[in-house]
Design a protein around this ligand. Structure first.
Ligand code: FAD
Ligand code: MLT
Ligand code: ZN
Length: 475
Protein backbone atom coordinates (compact mmCIF):
# COMPACT_ATOMS: atom_id res chain seq x y z
CA UNK A 1 0.00 0.00 0.00
CA UNK A 2 2.59 2.52 1.11
CA UNK A 3 4.95 1.50 -1.69
CA UNK A 4 2.19 2.22 -4.14
CA UNK A 5 1.49 5.62 -2.57
CA UNK A 6 5.13 6.68 -2.65
CA UNK A 7 5.68 5.12 -6.06
CA UNK A 8 8.59 3.16 -4.69
CA UNK A 9 10.58 0.62 -6.71
CA UNK A 10 12.66 -2.20 -5.24
CA UNK A 11 16.33 -1.28 -5.60
CA UNK A 12 18.51 -3.77 -7.49
CA UNK A 13 19.72 -5.79 -4.50
CA UNK A 14 20.40 -9.48 -4.96
CA UNK A 15 17.61 -11.94 -4.21
CA UNK A 16 18.01 -14.74 -1.71
CA UNK A 17 19.02 -18.07 -3.17
CA UNK A 18 19.42 -21.57 -1.69
CA UNK A 19 23.15 -20.94 -1.16
CA UNK A 20 22.35 -17.99 1.09
CA UNK A 21 19.99 -20.00 3.30
CA UNK A 22 22.67 -22.67 3.64
CA UNK A 23 25.31 -20.10 4.56
CA UNK A 24 23.19 -18.56 7.32
CA UNK A 25 22.04 -21.92 8.65
CA UNK A 26 25.68 -22.97 8.85
CA UNK A 27 26.66 -19.75 10.61
CA UNK A 28 23.86 -19.80 13.18
CA UNK A 29 22.08 -23.15 13.27
CA UNK A 30 18.42 -22.87 14.28
CA UNK A 31 18.57 -19.06 14.33
CA UNK A 32 18.08 -18.40 10.62
CA UNK A 33 14.36 -18.64 10.16
CA UNK A 34 12.47 -18.80 6.90
CA UNK A 35 9.16 -20.06 8.30
CA UNK A 36 6.49 -17.71 6.85
CA UNK A 37 4.35 -18.06 10.00
CA UNK A 38 7.17 -16.98 12.32
CA UNK A 39 8.17 -14.21 9.94
CA UNK A 40 4.70 -12.65 9.90
CA UNK A 41 4.98 -10.54 13.05
CA UNK A 42 8.51 -9.42 12.17
CA UNK A 43 7.28 -8.13 8.79
CA UNK A 44 4.56 -5.90 10.29
CA UNK A 45 5.10 -2.80 12.42
CA UNK A 46 3.56 -2.18 15.85
CA UNK A 47 0.88 0.09 14.40
CA UNK A 48 0.08 -2.52 11.72
CA UNK A 49 0.46 0.24 9.18
CA UNK A 50 3.30 -1.07 7.01
CA UNK A 51 4.20 -4.57 5.94
CA UNK A 52 7.29 -6.02 4.33
CA UNK A 53 7.74 -9.42 2.72
CA UNK A 54 11.06 -10.63 4.06
CA UNK A 55 11.70 -14.32 3.69
CA UNK A 56 14.56 -14.56 6.16
CA UNK A 57 14.89 -13.66 9.82
CA UNK A 58 18.32 -13.84 11.49
CA UNK A 59 18.83 -13.83 15.24
CA UNK A 60 22.53 -13.40 16.00
CA UNK A 61 23.82 -13.62 19.56
CA UNK A 62 27.13 -11.78 19.25
CA UNK A 63 28.74 -8.85 17.46
CA UNK A 64 31.02 -11.36 15.74
CA UNK A 65 27.97 -13.05 14.21
CA UNK A 66 26.50 -9.70 13.16
CA UNK A 67 29.84 -8.93 11.55
CA UNK A 68 29.83 -12.19 9.58
CA UNK A 69 26.23 -11.62 8.49
CA UNK A 70 26.92 -8.12 7.24
CA UNK A 71 30.21 -9.03 5.56
CA UNK A 72 28.37 -11.72 3.63
CA UNK A 73 25.38 -9.48 2.78
CA UNK A 74 27.73 -6.72 1.69
CA UNK A 75 29.60 -9.05 -0.66
CA UNK A 76 26.37 -10.55 -2.00
CA UNK A 77 24.58 -7.18 -2.21
CA UNK A 78 21.72 -8.38 0.02
CA UNK A 79 19.69 -5.71 1.82
CA UNK A 80 19.20 -5.89 5.59
CA UNK A 81 16.65 -4.36 7.92
CA UNK A 82 17.85 -4.20 11.56
CA UNK A 83 15.08 -4.76 14.10
CA UNK A 84 14.90 -4.40 17.87
CA UNK A 85 11.59 -4.68 19.72
CA UNK A 86 9.64 -3.55 16.62
CA UNK A 87 7.83 -0.81 18.55
CA UNK A 88 8.93 1.99 16.22
CA UNK A 89 6.13 4.28 15.07
CA UNK A 90 7.41 5.48 11.68
CA UNK A 91 7.67 2.21 9.77
CA UNK A 92 11.46 2.04 10.10
CA UNK A 93 11.77 -1.36 11.75
CA UNK A 94 10.21 -3.60 9.14
CA UNK A 95 11.39 -4.35 5.62
CA UNK A 96 9.80 -2.54 2.71
CA UNK A 97 10.37 -5.35 0.22
CA UNK A 98 12.32 -8.55 0.90
CA UNK A 99 15.19 -7.22 3.04
CA UNK A 100 16.64 -9.75 5.48
CA UNK A 101 15.47 -9.01 9.02
CA UNK A 102 18.35 -8.88 11.49
CA UNK A 103 16.78 -9.08 14.93
CA UNK A 104 18.61 -8.29 18.17
CA UNK A 105 16.14 -10.42 20.18
CA UNK A 106 18.86 -12.86 21.31
CA UNK A 107 21.49 -10.20 22.05
CA UNK A 108 20.16 -9.73 25.54
CA UNK A 109 23.14 -10.04 27.87
CA UNK A 110 24.19 -7.50 30.47
CA UNK A 111 27.95 -7.12 30.16
CA UNK A 112 28.76 -5.08 33.27
CA UNK A 113 27.38 -2.60 35.78
CA UNK A 114 29.50 -0.36 37.94
CA UNK A 115 27.56 0.75 41.04
CA UNK A 116 30.05 3.53 41.75
CA UNK A 117 29.79 5.32 38.42
CA UNK A 118 26.30 4.02 37.54
CA UNK A 119 27.57 2.91 34.12
CA UNK A 120 25.78 -0.04 32.52
CA UNK A 121 27.21 -1.91 29.55
CA UNK A 122 24.92 -4.33 27.77
CA UNK A 123 24.08 -5.92 24.46
CA UNK A 124 21.72 -4.06 22.14
CA UNK A 125 18.83 -6.49 22.44
CA UNK A 126 18.24 -6.02 26.17
CA UNK A 127 14.64 -4.97 26.80
CA UNK A 128 14.42 -1.50 28.34
CA UNK A 129 12.02 -2.53 31.13
CA UNK A 130 14.21 -5.51 32.06
CA UNK A 131 17.27 -3.27 32.29
CA UNK A 132 15.33 -0.93 34.54
CA UNK A 133 14.33 -3.81 36.83
CA UNK A 134 17.94 -5.01 36.98
CA UNK A 135 19.07 -1.52 37.93
CA UNK A 136 16.31 -0.90 40.47
CA UNK A 137 17.51 -3.95 42.39
CA UNK A 138 20.85 -2.16 42.65
CA UNK A 139 19.51 1.29 43.54
CA UNK A 140 19.65 2.78 40.02
CA UNK A 141 17.29 3.40 37.09
CA UNK A 142 17.58 3.75 33.33
CA UNK A 143 17.81 7.39 32.23
CA UNK A 144 14.90 6.86 29.82
CA UNK A 145 11.39 5.50 30.17
CA UNK A 146 8.81 4.85 27.46
CA UNK A 147 5.34 3.34 27.27
CA UNK A 148 6.97 0.65 25.07
CA UNK A 149 9.46 -0.37 27.79
CA UNK A 150 8.08 -3.92 27.97
CA UNK A 151 9.16 -4.64 24.38
CA UNK A 152 11.61 -2.06 23.04
CA UNK A 153 15.34 -2.84 23.02
CA UNK A 154 18.05 -0.49 24.21
CA UNK A 155 19.69 -0.77 20.77
CA UNK A 156 16.41 0.34 19.16
CA UNK A 157 16.16 3.18 21.65
CA UNK A 158 19.62 4.38 20.72
CA UNK A 159 19.00 3.85 16.99
CA UNK A 160 15.92 6.10 17.22
CA UNK A 161 17.35 8.43 19.89
CA UNK A 162 14.13 7.80 21.82
CA UNK A 163 13.01 10.58 24.16
CA UNK A 164 10.17 9.53 26.40
CA UNK A 165 8.92 10.42 29.84
CA UNK A 166 12.16 11.16 31.72
CA UNK A 167 14.00 13.30 29.18
CA UNK A 168 13.05 16.49 30.99
CA UNK A 169 15.11 15.34 33.96
CA UNK A 170 17.91 13.15 32.61
CA UNK A 171 18.40 14.60 29.13
CA UNK A 172 18.62 12.80 25.80
CA UNK A 173 20.55 9.66 24.91
CA UNK A 174 23.04 11.95 23.18
CA UNK A 175 24.23 12.81 26.68
CA UNK A 176 23.71 9.58 28.59
CA UNK A 177 25.10 7.12 26.03
CA UNK A 178 28.81 6.99 26.73
CA UNK A 179 29.84 4.44 24.17
CA UNK A 180 28.62 2.11 21.43
CA UNK A 181 29.76 -0.98 19.64
CA UNK A 182 28.55 -0.89 16.06
CA UNK A 183 28.94 -3.23 13.12
CA UNK A 184 29.28 -1.34 9.85
CA UNK A 185 27.70 -2.39 6.56
CA UNK A 186 30.84 -4.19 5.39
CA UNK A 187 31.14 -6.17 8.62
CA UNK A 188 33.77 -3.97 10.31
CA UNK A 189 33.28 -3.95 14.09
CA UNK A 190 33.64 -0.42 15.44
CA UNK A 191 34.45 -0.72 19.13
CA UNK A 192 33.66 2.68 20.65
CA UNK A 193 32.22 1.09 23.78
CA UNK A 194 33.92 3.54 26.15
CA UNK A 195 32.68 3.93 29.71
CA UNK A 196 34.07 7.39 30.31
CA UNK A 197 32.23 10.54 31.26
CA UNK A 198 34.82 12.61 29.47
CA UNK A 199 36.60 11.68 26.25
CA UNK A 200 37.58 14.34 23.73
CA UNK A 201 39.82 12.25 21.54
CA UNK A 202 38.78 13.17 18.03
CA UNK A 203 35.27 13.21 16.59
CA UNK A 204 32.54 11.69 18.73
CA UNK A 205 31.61 8.96 16.26
CA UNK A 206 28.94 7.35 18.43
CA UNK A 207 26.75 10.43 17.89
CA UNK A 208 26.48 9.52 14.23
CA UNK A 209 24.78 6.24 15.10
CA UNK A 210 22.46 7.66 17.78
CA UNK A 211 19.25 8.37 15.87
CA UNK A 212 20.53 6.83 12.61
CA UNK A 213 17.61 4.37 12.51
CA UNK A 214 19.58 1.38 11.32
CA UNK A 215 20.85 3.10 8.17
CA UNK A 216 24.53 3.54 9.11
CA UNK A 217 25.38 0.46 11.16
CA UNK A 218 23.98 -2.17 13.48
CA UNK A 219 24.37 -1.24 17.14
CA UNK A 220 25.46 -4.35 19.03
CA UNK A 221 26.27 -2.99 22.50
CA UNK A 222 25.65 0.15 24.52
CA UNK A 223 27.41 1.82 27.45
CA UNK A 224 25.02 4.13 29.27
CA UNK A 225 25.14 6.35 32.35
CA UNK A 226 22.32 5.56 34.78
CA UNK A 227 21.04 7.82 37.56
CA UNK A 228 20.44 6.75 41.16
CA UNK A 229 16.94 5.50 41.88
CA UNK A 230 15.20 8.46 43.52
CA UNK A 231 14.26 7.82 47.17
CA UNK A 232 11.07 9.85 46.95
CA UNK A 233 8.68 9.98 43.99
CA UNK A 234 5.44 11.96 43.96
CA UNK A 235 2.94 12.28 41.19
CA UNK A 236 0.26 14.92 40.76
CA UNK A 237 -2.51 14.50 38.22
CA UNK A 238 -4.20 17.84 37.63
CA UNK A 239 -6.96 19.31 35.50
CA UNK A 240 -6.76 22.68 33.71
CA UNK A 241 -9.49 24.66 31.99
CA UNK A 242 -7.47 25.80 28.97
CA UNK A 243 -4.11 25.36 27.32
CA UNK A 244 -2.70 28.69 28.48
CA UNK A 245 -3.25 27.48 32.04
CA UNK A 246 -1.41 24.25 31.19
CA UNK A 247 1.54 26.33 30.04
CA UNK A 248 1.44 28.55 33.08
CA UNK A 249 1.22 25.51 35.33
CA UNK A 250 4.44 24.34 33.71
CA UNK A 251 6.32 27.61 34.23
CA UNK A 252 5.04 27.84 37.81
CA UNK A 253 6.00 24.30 38.65
CA UNK A 254 9.42 24.72 37.08
CA UNK A 255 9.99 27.75 39.26
CA UNK A 256 8.60 26.20 42.44
CA UNK A 257 9.73 22.57 42.13
CA UNK A 258 13.10 23.29 40.58
CA UNK A 259 15.54 20.40 40.81
CA UNK A 260 12.96 17.80 41.89
CA UNK A 261 10.73 18.12 38.81
CA UNK A 262 11.19 14.93 36.76
CA UNK A 263 8.29 14.89 34.28
CA UNK A 264 5.65 17.24 32.92
CA UNK A 265 3.25 15.52 30.55
CA UNK A 266 -0.08 16.69 29.20
CA UNK A 267 -3.12 15.23 27.45
CA UNK A 268 -6.41 16.63 26.26
CA UNK A 269 -9.83 15.38 27.35
CA UNK A 270 -10.30 13.39 24.11
CA UNK A 271 -7.27 11.26 25.10
CA UNK A 272 -8.86 10.60 28.46
CA UNK A 273 -12.14 9.63 26.81
CA UNK A 274 -10.27 7.12 24.63
CA UNK A 275 -8.33 5.43 27.44
CA UNK A 276 -11.60 5.14 29.36
CA UNK A 277 -13.61 3.86 26.41
CA UNK A 278 -11.09 1.44 24.88
CA UNK A 279 -9.04 0.32 27.88
CA UNK A 280 -11.52 0.67 30.71
CA UNK A 281 -9.21 2.95 32.72
CA UNK A 282 -10.88 5.46 34.97
CA UNK A 283 -10.22 9.16 35.15
CA UNK A 284 -10.07 10.25 38.80
CA UNK A 285 -10.93 13.82 37.75
CA UNK A 286 -13.84 15.07 35.69
CA UNK A 287 -14.78 17.81 33.33
CA UNK A 288 -11.43 19.34 32.43
CA UNK A 289 -10.39 20.06 28.83
CA UNK A 290 -6.72 19.35 29.75
CA UNK A 291 -4.88 17.14 32.18
CA UNK A 292 -1.26 17.27 33.32
CA UNK A 293 0.95 14.75 35.07
CA UNK A 294 3.68 16.24 37.18
CA UNK A 295 6.28 13.94 38.69
CA UNK A 296 8.85 14.87 41.29
CA UNK A 297 11.87 12.70 42.08
CA UNK A 298 14.15 13.53 44.93
CA UNK A 299 16.04 12.24 47.91
CA UNK A 300 13.96 13.53 50.80
CA UNK A 301 10.24 12.72 50.86
CA UNK A 302 9.17 15.35 53.42
CA UNK A 303 11.14 18.05 51.62
CA UNK A 304 9.63 17.04 48.25
CA UNK A 305 6.08 16.78 49.60
CA UNK A 306 6.37 20.19 51.19
CA UNK A 307 7.52 21.69 47.92
CA UNK A 308 4.82 19.91 45.92
CA UNK A 309 2.12 20.99 48.38
CA UNK A 310 3.07 24.63 48.26
CA UNK A 311 3.11 24.46 44.46
CA UNK A 312 -0.34 22.82 44.46
CA UNK A 313 -1.73 25.43 46.81
CA UNK A 314 -0.44 28.20 44.57
CA UNK A 315 -1.77 26.48 41.42
CA UNK A 316 -5.23 25.96 42.95
CA UNK A 317 -5.64 29.38 44.56
CA UNK A 318 -4.54 31.18 41.41
CA UNK A 319 -7.02 29.16 39.34
CA UNK A 320 -4.38 27.53 37.14
CA UNK A 321 -5.63 24.13 38.20
CA UNK A 322 -9.25 23.30 38.98
CA UNK A 323 -8.99 19.76 40.24
CA UNK A 324 -6.27 17.30 41.17
CA UNK A 325 -5.08 14.19 42.93
CA UNK A 326 -1.68 13.25 44.29
CA UNK A 327 -0.01 9.83 44.55
CA UNK A 328 2.93 8.79 46.68
CA UNK A 329 2.51 5.02 46.80
CA UNK A 330 3.77 2.87 43.94
CA UNK A 331 0.41 1.38 43.00
CA UNK A 332 -1.41 4.69 42.60
CA UNK A 333 1.60 6.19 40.82
CA UNK A 334 1.51 3.34 38.27
CA UNK A 335 -2.25 3.68 37.82
CA UNK A 336 -1.99 7.40 37.13
CA UNK A 337 0.97 6.97 34.77
CA UNK A 338 -0.96 4.38 32.77
CA UNK A 339 -3.56 7.04 31.89
CA UNK A 340 -0.82 8.82 29.97
CA UNK A 341 1.35 5.89 28.85
CA UNK A 342 -1.50 3.89 27.35
CA UNK A 343 -2.92 6.62 25.11
CA UNK A 344 -0.95 5.15 22.17
CA UNK A 345 -2.64 1.77 22.70
CA UNK A 346 -6.10 3.33 23.12
CA UNK A 347 -5.66 5.18 19.83
CA UNK A 348 -4.92 1.99 17.90
CA UNK A 349 -8.22 0.59 19.19
CA UNK A 350 -10.03 3.68 17.95
CA UNK A 351 -9.32 2.94 14.30
CA UNK A 352 -6.68 3.80 11.75
CA UNK A 353 -4.16 6.19 13.36
CA UNK A 354 -2.36 9.05 11.61
CA UNK A 355 0.51 9.87 13.95
CA UNK A 356 2.48 13.10 14.18
CA UNK A 357 5.29 13.83 16.58
CA UNK A 358 6.35 17.44 16.43
CA UNK A 359 8.50 19.92 18.31
CA UNK A 360 7.11 23.42 18.54
CA UNK A 361 7.49 26.44 20.79
CA UNK A 362 5.37 25.55 23.85
CA UNK A 363 3.09 28.55 23.26
CA UNK A 364 2.10 27.15 19.85
CA UNK A 365 1.95 23.49 20.88
CA UNK A 366 -1.81 23.01 20.97
CA UNK A 367 -2.86 25.41 18.17
CA UNK A 368 -2.20 22.76 15.51
CA UNK A 369 -4.61 20.37 17.25
CA UNK A 370 -7.44 22.91 17.26
CA UNK A 371 -6.63 23.96 13.73
CA UNK A 372 -6.57 20.35 12.49
CA UNK A 373 -9.86 19.55 14.20
CA UNK A 374 -11.52 22.43 12.36
CA UNK A 375 -9.82 21.57 9.07
CA UNK A 376 -10.77 17.88 9.05
CA UNK A 377 -14.27 18.21 10.52
CA UNK A 378 -16.30 15.04 10.12
CA UNK A 379 -13.71 13.29 7.95
CA UNK A 380 -11.73 12.40 11.08
CA UNK A 381 -13.10 10.33 13.95
CA UNK A 382 -10.94 11.93 16.62
CA UNK A 383 -8.16 14.53 16.66
CA UNK A 384 -6.18 14.44 19.90
CA UNK A 385 -3.14 16.10 21.42
CA UNK A 386 -0.85 14.85 24.18
CA UNK A 387 2.83 14.73 24.83
CA UNK A 388 5.96 15.80 26.57
CA UNK A 389 5.05 19.42 27.19
CA UNK A 390 8.16 20.02 29.25
CA UNK A 391 10.22 19.18 26.12
CA UNK A 392 8.05 21.16 23.68
CA UNK A 393 6.96 17.89 22.07
CA UNK A 394 3.38 17.39 20.88
CA UNK A 395 1.87 14.11 19.75
CA UNK A 396 -0.90 15.04 17.36
CA UNK A 397 -2.92 11.95 16.48
CA UNK A 398 -5.86 11.62 14.15
CA UNK A 399 -8.06 8.55 13.95
CA UNK A 400 -10.50 7.41 11.29
CA UNK A 401 -12.58 4.28 10.77
CA UNK A 402 -10.29 3.17 7.97
CA UNK A 403 -7.31 4.33 5.94
CA UNK A 404 -8.09 6.97 3.32
CA UNK A 405 -5.80 8.69 0.82
CA UNK A 406 -7.96 11.80 0.83
CA UNK A 407 -7.77 12.16 4.61
CA UNK A 408 -4.00 11.74 4.46
CA UNK A 409 -3.85 14.38 1.73
CA UNK A 410 -5.81 16.76 3.94
CA UNK A 411 -3.28 16.27 6.75
CA UNK A 412 0.01 16.13 4.85
CA UNK A 413 1.90 18.21 3.91
CA UNK A 414 -0.29 20.76 5.76
CA UNK A 415 0.91 19.59 9.18
CA UNK A 416 4.55 19.80 8.07
CA UNK A 417 4.13 23.26 6.52
CA UNK A 418 2.51 24.42 9.74
CA UNK A 419 5.42 23.03 11.77
CA UNK A 420 8.05 24.56 9.48
CA UNK A 421 6.36 27.97 9.75
CA UNK A 422 7.23 27.99 13.47
CA UNK A 423 10.70 26.47 12.94
CA UNK A 424 9.55 23.27 14.60
CA UNK A 425 10.67 19.71 13.97
CA UNK A 426 8.50 17.29 11.99
CA UNK A 427 9.91 14.44 14.05
CA UNK A 428 10.71 15.28 17.65
CA UNK A 429 11.51 11.77 18.90
CA UNK A 430 10.17 8.96 16.69
CA UNK A 431 12.52 9.47 13.74
CA UNK A 432 11.71 9.54 10.02
CA UNK A 433 11.74 5.83 9.23
CA UNK A 434 9.80 4.93 6.11
CA UNK A 435 6.80 7.18 6.57
CA UNK A 436 8.40 10.58 7.05
CA UNK A 437 11.67 10.47 5.14
CA UNK A 438 10.29 12.44 2.20
CA UNK A 439 9.43 15.34 4.50
CA UNK A 440 12.88 15.90 5.99
CA UNK A 441 13.25 19.18 4.09
CA UNK A 442 10.60 20.79 6.29
CA UNK A 443 13.06 20.60 9.17
CA UNK A 444 16.52 20.43 7.58
CA UNK A 445 18.19 22.53 4.89
CA UNK A 446 19.25 20.96 1.59
CA UNK A 447 22.93 21.23 2.55
CA UNK A 448 22.32 19.19 5.71
CA UNK A 449 20.40 16.48 3.84
CA UNK A 450 23.17 16.35 1.22
CA UNK A 451 25.80 15.89 3.92
CA UNK A 452 23.71 13.13 5.51
CA UNK A 453 23.57 11.39 2.12
CA UNK A 454 27.36 11.63 1.86
CA UNK A 455 27.78 10.07 5.30
CA UNK A 456 25.44 7.28 4.25
CA UNK A 457 27.36 6.71 1.02
CA UNK A 458 30.66 6.61 2.90
CA UNK A 459 29.54 4.18 5.62
CA UNK A 460 27.27 2.02 3.48
CA UNK A 461 28.38 2.45 -0.14
CA UNK A 462 26.05 -0.27 -1.45
CA UNK A 463 23.12 1.07 0.55
CA UNK A 464 22.27 -2.35 2.01
CA UNK A 465 21.39 -1.12 5.53
CA UNK A 466 17.72 -0.31 6.01
CA UNK A 467 17.17 0.95 2.45
CA UNK A 468 14.18 3.21 1.71
CA UNK A 469 14.37 4.68 5.25
CA UNK A 470 15.28 8.00 6.91
CA UNK A 471 16.85 9.81 3.95
CA UNK A 472 14.71 10.90 1.01
CA UNK A 473 14.97 8.85 -2.15
CA UNK A 474 16.97 10.66 -4.79
CA UNK A 475 14.77 12.48 -7.30
P1 FAD B 1 12.51 -0.99 16.49
O1 FAD B 1 11.13 -0.51 16.40
O2 FAD B 1 12.74 -2.43 16.29
O3 FAD B 1 13.41 -0.19 15.44
C1 FAD B 1 13.34 1.21 15.35
C2 FAD B 1 14.42 1.70 14.37
O4 FAD B 1 15.71 1.44 14.88
C3 FAD B 1 14.37 1.00 13.02
O5 FAD B 1 14.76 1.91 12.03
C4 FAD B 1 15.40 -0.11 13.15
O6 FAD B 1 15.96 -0.47 11.91
C5 FAD B 1 16.43 0.54 14.03
N1 FAD B 1 17.14 -0.38 14.93
C6 FAD B 1 16.61 -1.15 15.92
N2 FAD B 1 17.58 -1.79 16.57
C7 FAD B 1 18.74 -1.43 16.00
C8 FAD B 1 20.11 -1.74 16.23
N3 FAD B 1 20.47 -2.58 17.20
N4 FAD B 1 21.05 -1.17 15.45
C9 FAD B 1 20.70 -0.31 14.47
N5 FAD B 1 19.43 0.02 14.20
C10 FAD B 1 18.47 -0.53 14.95
N6 FAD B 1 9.45 6.75 21.30
C11 FAD B 1 9.93 7.83 21.95
O7 FAD B 1 10.90 8.43 21.51
N7 FAD B 1 9.33 8.27 23.11
C12 FAD B 1 8.27 7.66 23.66
O8 FAD B 1 7.75 8.09 24.68
C13 FAD B 1 7.77 6.50 23.01
N8 FAD B 1 6.73 5.82 23.52
C14 FAD B 1 6.22 4.76 22.86
C15 FAD B 1 5.12 4.09 23.38
C16 FAD B 1 4.56 3.02 22.72
C17 FAD B 1 3.37 2.31 23.30
C18 FAD B 1 5.12 2.58 21.49
C19 FAD B 1 4.56 1.41 20.75
C20 FAD B 1 6.22 3.23 20.96
C21 FAD B 1 6.78 4.32 21.62
N9 FAD B 1 7.88 5.01 21.12
C22 FAD B 1 8.39 6.09 21.78
C23 FAD B 1 8.47 4.60 19.84
C24 FAD B 1 9.47 3.41 20.01
O9 FAD B 1 9.19 2.65 21.10
C25 FAD B 1 10.85 3.90 20.16
O10 FAD B 1 11.23 4.48 18.97
C26 FAD B 1 11.86 2.78 20.52
O11 FAD B 1 13.03 3.42 20.85
C27 FAD B 1 12.09 1.76 19.43
O12 FAD B 1 12.84 0.67 19.95
P2 FAD B 1 12.70 -0.79 19.34
O13 FAD B 1 13.70 -1.67 19.97
O14 FAD B 1 11.31 -1.24 19.35
O15 FAD B 1 13.18 -0.51 17.83
C1 MLT C 1 4.29 8.75 23.79
O1 MLT C 1 4.82 9.75 24.24
O2 MLT C 1 3.28 8.23 24.31
C2 MLT C 1 4.93 8.06 22.64
O3 MLT C 1 5.86 8.84 21.97
C3 MLT C 1 4.04 7.29 21.75
C4 MLT C 1 3.08 8.10 20.94
O4 MLT C 1 3.45 9.13 20.40
O5 MLT C 1 1.93 7.69 20.82
ZN1 ZN D 1 6.40 10.52 23.13
Amino acid sequence: LTCERYGLRRLPFARLGPGDAAFFEGLMPGRACSDPEELKSFNVDWLKSVRGCSELLLKPKTAAEVSQILRYCHERNLAVSPQGGNTGLVGGSVPVFDEIILSTALMNQIISFDPVSGILVCQAGCILGKLNEYLEERGFIMPLDLGAKGSCHIGGNVATNAGGLRLLRYGSLRGTVLGLEVVLADGTVLDCLASLRKDNTGYDLKQLFIGSEGTLGVITAVSILCPQKPKAVNLAFLGCQDFSRVQETFTTCRAMLGEILSAFEFMDEKCMELVEKHLGLSNPLRGCPFYVLIETSGSNSSHDEEKLNSFLEQAMTSGLVTDGTVAVDDKKIKTLWSLRERITEALTRDGCVYKYDISLPVGKLYDIVTDMRARLGQSAKNVVGYGHLGDGNLHLNITAESYSHSLLDAIEPYVYEWTARYNGSISAEHGLGFKKKQFIQYSKPTEAVFLMQRFKAMLDPKGILNPYKTLPSSP
